[in-house]
Design a protein. Structure first.
Ligand SMILES: [Zn+2]
Length: 76
C-alpha cells in the first residue's frame, strides 16, 4: 500500500493507470484524516500545508486570508 500525502480536503481526486479519475473522501480516523483507495492500493493522508519560510507581510488593502490549515484538529 502506497501512502500519499495530500493537502486537499475532503475529496481527493487522482488518476488511475487506465486514465480513470477516481475520487475518494477523507475520513476522520484516530491517525488523522485518511482515505484508502482499493483500486490503486493507495492511502491518502491529509497534511496541513506547511507554512512558507518566506516572510509574508499583510497587505492593508486585502482582508485576512482564511484557510483550512489552522483548524487545530491534529495533535502535534
Ligand atoms: Zn485509486
Amino acid at each position: 500500500m502506497r501512502t500519499v500525502y495530500v493537502a486537499e480536503y475532503p475529496a481527493i481526486q487522482h488518476r488511475h493507470g487506465d486514465g480513470q479519475v477516481v475520487t475518494v473522501r477523507l475520513k476522520r480516523l484516530p491517525g488523522g484524516l485518511r482515505a484508502t483507495c482499493v483500486g490503486c492500493e493507495t492511502e491518502f493522508v491529509y497534511r496541513k500545508p506547511t507554512p512558507s519560510r518566506t516572510p509574508h507581510y499583510k497587505s492593508p488593502l486585502l482582508p485576512p486570508v482564511k484557510g483550512n490549515w489552522d483548524t487545530g484538529d491534529e495533535n502535534q
